[in-house]
Design a protein around this ligand. Structure first.
Ligand SMILES: [Zn+2]
Length: 52
């Protein structure tokens, strides 16, 4: 399993790290927008781990 990657749709900042698998850490540190997981496989895993 690869390290989760996410990107801010608002300012374009990119983040990488296991913390991204936790929704509480999926916020942009620059502008506070919700980050979008850019790796589809990881995104699915994240959804499976943390259902809405
Ligand atoms: Zn941002």
């Amino acid at each position: 399993m690869s390290i989760p990657k996410a990107k801010c749709p608002k300012c374009g900042a990119e983040y990488t790290g296991w913390a991204l698998s936790n929704p509480r850490h999926r916020k942009c540190r620059k502008c506070g927008a919700d980050l979008v997981i850019t790796d589809e496989q990881t995104a699915k895993k994240v959804v499976d781990d943390y259902p809405p």
